[in-house]
Design a protein around this ligand. Structure first.
Ligand SMILES: Cc1cc2nc3c(=O)[nH]c(=O)nc-3n(C[C@H](O)[C@H](O)[C@H](O)COP(=O)(O)OP(=O)(O)OC[C@H]3O[C@@H](n4cnc5c(N)ncnc54)[C@H](O)[C@@H]3O)c2cc1C
Ligand code: FES
Ligand code: FES
Length: 520
């Protein structure tokens, strides 16, 4: 099935993607047209809904399949639910796409006899997971992602309520209520199985790659696969909008109605997506998705799981990249305080050279940074620290990441504070603190670090660090929190770290509730 669409007269490469086992071709799609627009308006897949148009509600969730080949390993099919409303249509070139309509019609999904619906759909029906139905296609697609990535791999182990909640964290429902939907998530794998023929899809994606255009024509959406080519294009077209997962840039299109005549996509360069551990350091390519980056961080720091799960919702983390978060440099971005506390360095690359600097030195002002017009962020590297889950004995190292926001899930921080303290023989040997939401950029809390280093680990030292945090930062008031509340939080979170170092984790939870209730 080949669609020939001629929506504008702009020069554009043809987009090829796999749908229901067939190659679909789209012509003349402007570089800033969203995937949702193409699905609904051009391909008439109106099952995929538009709720918010900004990645918040999940009504537009679709599934993407990508052929991923790690060096020395057989290619794998990577399946990820993403928000189509803020994803650019050209970014699915060479991928497989599933919308809610496809679950019942894809010949590569083998359903049990007498069960025409996918278990993700059937469970929603059986558990009464839908009322008005507007959110339902998005939930079903997130459930499809959960089914493929977890239920099919767990060999009989039941899915927990927490796992279900985390998988559905990017989907909002306004009328059913979440209990029946979460029931559906837990019921899916008790229904007769539906099996996706991954081998057949991988084979077709390989064939599809042959259709992808690598011609030298000056297309207005470029997604090179080679780093040198990307850097040359960056130098030659500094005006082109650099894009990774598009979870920030997508909103500039849908909410600010900005138009981009040329787009340069960094996500197809394998080197920029690589994550590895070498020489006692973790290196995360700038174009690694937030899901992959947090998974790598959690392998070394399992204590970060809840913090990672509170970064946006899963479809945003599946598309957005770590490099996009760092390069965007929002003062309320969550990755940067963590990376500062881990003493991360950013590596900037251009056709001229590569240079490396401490992450906090990247920023020069509100959403401004030192990157030259021909540079881009290549990777983020950080030493691996031997942290422990709890502080015990004379020598320990503790890492805690605190995010305070109005909602627990899928919300932006009012304040984010990440604290790492190492103690040897009762004295603080190392202190690293990153803060967000308290200045015009993500920042290192240097005064508090100085107040801690070399001091005995006791309540008085912690109090001095809390005072130093309040002395260094004069946060502004905005819709998320008042400046006074933010300053209060800095001290409260430092106290919370102290309490946790004393084994009082349960008090920490209470403290969070108290501070939230105090919010004006
Ligand atoms: C619903 C929703 C919830 C969110 N929740 C959170 C949250 O909880 N915490 C949080 O911190 N953020 C949050 N975000 C923001 C966003 O998801 C992150 O900032 C994300 O990491 C951006 O990555 P991206 O790949 O999508 O960047 P893009 O949108 O593609 O790009 C963002 C900026 O970075 C630049 N850029 C991208 N890659 C590079 C590179 N390699 N080199 C140089 N410049 C580059 C782009 O040019 C652009 O200026 C949320 C967003 C949405 C839509
Ligand atoms: S329409 Fe709400 S997340 Fe896309
Ligand atoms: S069923 Fe109505 S919004 Fe979810």
């Amino acid at each position: 099935m080949v669609f020939a669409l001629h929506s504008t007269s702009m020069t554009s490469r043809t987009i090829h993607f796999l749908r229901r086992g067939q190659a679909t071709a789209l012509h003349d799609i402007p570089p800033d047209r969203t995937l949702l627009e193409v699905l609904r308006e051009d391909l008439h897949c109106s099952g995929t809904k538009e709720g918010c148009g900004e990645g918040d509600c999940g009504a537009c969730t679709v599934m993407l399949g990508e052929r991923v080949a790690e060096p020395g390993q057989a290619p794998q099919l990577r399946l990820r639910a993403i928000n189509s409303c803020i994803r650019l249509a050209h970014s699915v070139d060479g991928l497989a796409v599933w919308t809610v309509e496809d679950l019942a019609h894809d010949p590569h999904i083998a359903r049990a006899a007498g069960h025409p619906q996918h278990p993700a759909q059937e469970a929603m029906v059986q558990c009464h997971g839908s009322q008005c139905g507007f959110c339902t296609p998005g939930f079903v697609m997130s459930l499809f992602g959960l089914y493929e990535n977890h239920c099919q791999q767990r060999q009989g182990q039941a899915l927990s309520r927490t796992q279900a909640q985390e998988a559905l964290s990017g989907n909002l429902c306004r009328c059913t209520g979440y209990r029946p939907i979460l029931d559906a998530a837990q019921q899916m794998d008790q229904l007769p199985a539906a099996t996706l023929d991954r081998a057949a899809i991988l084979q077709k994606l390989e064939q599809l790659a042959l259709l992808q255009s690598h011609s030298a024509i000056d297309f207005n959406y470029k997604a090179p696969t080679d780093l040198q080519e990307l850097l040359q294009l960056r130098a030659a077209h500094p005006q082109a909008q650099l894009v990774a997962g598009c979870t920030d840039v997508g909103l500039w299109v849908t909410k600010q109605h900005r138009r981009f005549a040329q787009v340069l996509d960094v996500t197809r360069v394998a080197q920029l997506r690589r994550i590895d551990t070498q020489g006692g350091a973790l290196h995360i390519g700038a174009a690694a998705t937030l899901s992959d980056a947090f998974a790598a961080l959690e392998r070394h720091y399992p204590e970060l799981h809840r913090f990672a799960a509170r970064f946006a919702g899963l479809p945003v983390r599946n598309s957005g990249t770590l490099g996009g978060n760092v390069a965007n440099g929002s003062p309320i971005g969550d990755a940067m305080p963590l990376l500062i506390a881990l003493n991360a360095q950013v590596v900037l690359a251009s056709v001229r050279s590569e240079r490396s600097l401490p992450l906090e030195n990247l920023y020069t002002g509100y959403r401004q940074n030192v990157m030259a017009a021909d540079e881009l962020l290549a990777r983020i590297s950080m030493p691996l620290h031997a942290t422990q889950p709890t502080a015990s004995g004379k020598d320990w190292q503790l890492l805690r990441a605190y995010k305070v926001s109005k909602r627990q899930d899928d919300d932006i921080s009012a304040v984010c504070l990440v604290v790492r303290v190492a103690v040897q023989n009762g004295l603080v040997s190392e202190a690293a603190i990153g803060a967000g939401g308290v200045a015009a950029t993500p920042v290192r809390a240097t005064l508090a670090e100085d107040a801690l280093r070399g001091q005995p680990w006791n309540a008085a030292t912690v109090q001095a660090a809390a005072a130093a945090l309040q002395a260094q930062f004069k946060p502004i008031s905005d819709m998320r929190a008042s400046g006074a509340y933010r300053r209060q939080l800095l001290a409260s979170l430092m106290t919370r770290f102290w309490n946790e170092s004393q084994g009082q984790g349960h008090i920490a939870t209470t403290l969070e509730h108290i501070t939230l209730e105090m919010q004006p």
